[in-house]
Design a protein around this ligand. Structure first.
Ligand SMILES: [Zn+2]
Length: 162
């Protein structure tokens, strides 16, 4: 099994300044103050527009998507979730800021950005991709280090591969 971490701003449309992006790249090349952290390689992404990070491309048995209205956990094995996923990855010109869906649980019209992919997928304009990570420490510690450099609140998207 391999796991990739994507570190992205909590604010999906936020792109940190160029200087901060360069510093975070330097930092993750050799994070001496993060014991046990290792990764095969890293990439810093700035996307031309809001982009879906496709956690479902990896290994995801029994994952769910959270409904923002009734908080139901919609299994990713459901047709609705699979069609949503196909839509998000296939449609290059999709305007994600304006993209809305009707949830299958409570038939509510919601923005795709409100769906809770539970850290296995998500939307962003900027991300640090850490490939084939080995790390025993806490997410909080990892994100706090990056937050100090990038100057914004961050979340982690985790993608597993077999
Ligand atoms: Zn619902």
């Amino acid at each position: 099994m391999q796991v990739n971490f994507w570190i992205a701003p909590t604010d999906v449309n936020l792109v940190p300044m160029e200087n901060a992006r360069r510093l975070v790249e330097e930092y993750f090349h050799n994070p001496e103050d993060l014991p046990d952290f290792g990764c095969e390689t890293m990439r810093v992404h700035v996307f031309p527009r809001l982009t879906y990070i496709d956690g479902y491309d990896g290994y995801f048995p029994m994952m769910t998507i959270g409904c923002p209205n009734c908080l139901a956990a919609i299994p990713t094995t459901e047709t609705w979730a699979q069609e949503l996923h196909e839509h998000l990855v296939d449609e290059e010109e999709l305007d994600l800021d304006a993209y809305r869906v009707i949830t299958p649980c409570c038939s509510t019209d919601v923005s795709a950005l409100q769906l809770d992919f539970k850290g296995y997928g998500g939307f962003t304009r900027f991300a640090v991709e850490l490939v084939d990570v080995s790390y025993e420490g806490s997410d909080k510690e990892l994100l706090d280090k990056a937050k100090k450099i990038l100057g914004c609140d961050l979340r982690k998207i985790e993608i597993w591969y077999t």
